[in-house]
Design a protein around this ligand. Structure first.
Ligand SMILES: CC(C)(COP(=O)(O)OP(=O)(O)OC[C@H]1O[C@@H](n2cnc3c(N)ncnc32)[C@H](O)[C@@H]1OP(=O)(O)O)[C@@H](O)C(=O)NCCC(=O)NCCS
Length: 201
């Protein structure tokens, strides 16, 4: 299976895959409140194809964890949406994309990844809901499904915090086919980042 970086050409098929996997009302979910006015991190959007068929897609979005105690904002990523087409499930593609995305995120200097999902699936990738009991989402959510994964074990996590949109989102178009493949190295300086942060595609 070949993991490729998502391009604009993939977008219509991805929207269709997400509608099928989560339902056409998926944008009502609380996680989508965190994505409004923002863009996924271009370097962390991946697809898997089987011939012409889109098998799977994963995205990571920039968010922040704002501590209630002092308002300090910790930059983080929101994993998702991830979806694997029904005909491609159970072949390890979901796991492959999650491992690949987390490893690439760590390489790019990200320290914390959050998601809203089933603990029964995500615990195998090192996600836990242990620290998230006092973290509020911008909408209704089943608290046990709010999960976190540290990419840097030295990062201190607040006990009480608001999971929020990123402090400032920059925008850049999605890559065009052939511009960037998942296997190619892209350091932060190549992401169009400024003041040490990554650009968001
Ligand atoms: C969840 C999803 C991405 C997994 O993709 P996949 O390529 O089939 O995953 P993998 O092949 O890596 O892993 C399959 C394993 O995960 C398990 N699994 C899948 N979804 C699960 C869930 N919600 N809870 C617990 N286990 C789950 C399968 O039973 C299977 O277990 P096995 O290895 O013991 O047989 C895919 O089923 C999907 O797109 N689902 C619909 C959208 C979705 O729920 N996205 C996640 C948001 S919470």
């Amino acid at each position: 299976m070949h993991i490729a970086q998502t391009t604009v050409v993939d977008r219509p098929q991805i929207e269709q895959l997400l509608d099928t996997a989560f339902g056409p009302d998926r944008q009502q979910k609380s996680a989508y409140r965190l994505r409004e006015g923002s863009r996924p991190v271009e370097a962390l959007c991946f697809t898997v194809h089987d011939g012409a068929q889109l098998c799977a897609s994963i995205e990571f979005w920039p968010i922040a964890l704002v501590a209630e105690a002092d308002g300090a904002a910790t930059p983080a990523l929101l994993l998702g949406p991830i979806a694997v087409a029904e005909s491609c499930r159970g072949r390890g593609i979901g796991g492959l994309l999650i491992h690949h995305g987390l490893e690439r995120a760590r390489t790019l200097g990200h320290k914390l990844v959050l998601l809203v999902g089933d603990p029964e699936y995500y615990e195998r990738f090192g996600f836990t809901n242990a620290p998230t009991g006092g973290w509020r989402m911008p909408g209704p959510v089943e608290q046990r499904r709010v999960m976190a994964r540290l990419l840097d074990d030295t990062l201190a996590l607040p006990a009480a915090a608001a999971i929020s949109k990123p402090a400032a989102a920059t925008s850049a178009p999605l890559a065009h086919p052939g511009e960037a493949e998942a296997g190619s190295h892209q350091g932060p300086q190549q992401q169009g980042g400024h003041d040490g942060r990554l650009a968001h595609a």
